[in-house]
Design a protein around this ligand. Sequence first.
Ligand code: CP
Length: 310
Amino acid sequence: MKVELTHPHLLSITDLSSKEVLSLFDRSRELKTTTPVTSLQGKSVGLLFEKPSLRTRVSFEVAIHQLSGNAIYLGQNEVGLGTREPIADISLLLSRLVDAVACRTYSHANLEELADHSSIPIINALSDKEHPTQALADLLTIQEHFGRLNGIIIAYIGDGNNVAASLAQCAASVGASFRIASPPGYDLPADIFDIASKLANSNGSQFMSLRSPSEAVSNADVVYTDVWSSMGQENETEVRHKDFSQFQVTDELLKYAKSDAIFMHPMPAHYGEEVPDNFLEHPQSVTYEQAANKLYILKALLEAMLGSDT
Ligand code: CP
């Protein structure tokens, strides 16, 4: 059954209630075994990407194709978001030509401006502030692996970046505990910290911001990390290498977690930085299942946001 959503756009993971998130997970699982599905028949989705993408772009394109819709990739060279043309004009035009837009952009403010002028759903495919579709794929993977989310302890080691922001808030909303260990200066933004803390309090889970990776990982079910320098931060690489040198996830660090803990990473990995060489192939790694789950969560999300009931 198609999931009903209250919010027209997905800019922040907090645009979804915990009930909506869990319903999307149920529908994602259904869609793994349901074919054919024609819920996007006659619908077109613009993929407006200012930054490179492998997993998210391919997952969107395949999801739309498998739902019988049409994906149109719009790279920055073609569109020039806010450079060749004002964002408001782009939004007003695309509202008349396609049925939804997934946008990957350097600035979250661009997404908000697109949404402000749009009469169609706008989906955040990664901004500097959040990566909500990643958090959905991650938590779907955790739920599938453990059979539950309530009471699961997620230890995130590294930068309080867009991936961490969406994951922290979504975990707290579905009753999972979230511990982040970051070096000074790389904490989650204060507004995200406040939202995640409040959500955790109201859902009986824990939200902790720490400095020690081993303390964060202690007895955790999930050990998660991401790159030390995200796209657009290449000029900070040298200083970040120094600042994050004690925050690599290694086999030794994983031993602090529960014996059946899983390792997660949104990919792409920077081997030799946040993880040693080939760490995505670690026996406890579920990174490829995690990446593949983006396809199924996007199918459920697209169907919910713009699909028919078929
Ligand atoms: N995890 C993720 O968003 O991957 P891409 O940048 O390849 O889309």
